[in-house]
Ligand binder design. Sequence first.
Ligand code: PSV
Ligand code: MN
Length: 388
Amino acid sequence: MTSFADISGDLERQAIELPSWAFGNSGTRFKVFAQQGVPRDPFEKVADAAEVNRVTGLAPSVALHIPWDRVDDYGKLAAHAEDLGVRLGTINTNTFQDDDYKLGSLAHHDERVRAKAIDHMLECVDIMDATGSRDLKVWLPDGTNYPGQGDLRDRQDRVADSLARVYKRLGPEQRLVLEYKFFEPAFYATDVPDWGTAYVQCLALGERAVVCLDTGHHAPGTNIEFIVMQLLRLGRLGAFDFNSRFYADDDLIVGAADPFQLFRIMYEVVRGGGYDEGSDVTFMLDQCHNIEAKIPGQIRSVLNVQEMTARALLVDRAALADAEAAGDVLAANGVLMDAFYTDVRPALAEWRASRGLPADPMAAYLASGYAEAIVADRQGGAQAGWGA
Ligand code: PSV
Ligand code: MN
């Protein structure tokens, strides 16, 4: 049996990157419900993210989205983050909110638009140089709505050519992280729809091109942990965008819709070395809190990942290997289920307390007065949201 004491050291290296946009207003195409105290600029977003880290010790970095987080002085933003005990992480590109990109960005048939999209990515690499970020995340809205609208093969060739131009600009320690999504905003054909396409595009680029797996970007019923296993096996799992989906790309709290799936994913991460010391897999959240409070939403999210990581680490790998080798189907399944059904919450509370963290991070946040202070302080100005 693996006990909590066996894994408590491993829990120390957990690091979950928070998305700056989780702290801004968000919603559906029907309505954005504004909340009080929402950040008005990237500095305030970073402050809120730092608060999540302060009470959980789990979230040492913040991902930015450009242009939403454009500032005059990125060095100043990085210093601000550092003052608050966190750092700036992945730079996310955005080629989906400009009229020019109606028919695509890196795959666009018009060289002017394609060059504009490439230039945006190059600007993001300049920002990475200023922030000290390692990863450039590329998600493309590119695709077509109707058969015949665009030549599928030519579009794929243009994606490859555009990515190669961006990849060339990266520094020796920087990576291009390519994110796939099976549909939306294009509905008929998406130019990077699946892990296989992302993988072959990355292979053509070079070793520092890796795949981002957004858990919300798969068809219902997809065995996501299989993809995790395969990308780790191939050495190309670069990052996660964690969230939960009931239907499509719902961006709900990770571990909320299907905690067992998160456990299975984390088990394959552990099994495949993605959680090993020195692993370069980035564990990021890509979520929006449309109706729930944002900072508590992020606290709940990182705790969900921590709980499922602990359960995945508790899997008795030796017993599992024995059962598998003996062809004992039920015993093997039982080993996994024993770990999954272990309630790690009391042990994690003690673990936190022993490390100077609040045993109950959510209660500590609610008692801290931070929520009331930001409502009082953040008067005037424009609240951040998708687009600010
Ligand atoms: C696209 O749906 C996506 O998952 C990409 O990661 C974007 O950058 C992000 O959402 C914006 O939240
Ligand atoms: Mn994503």
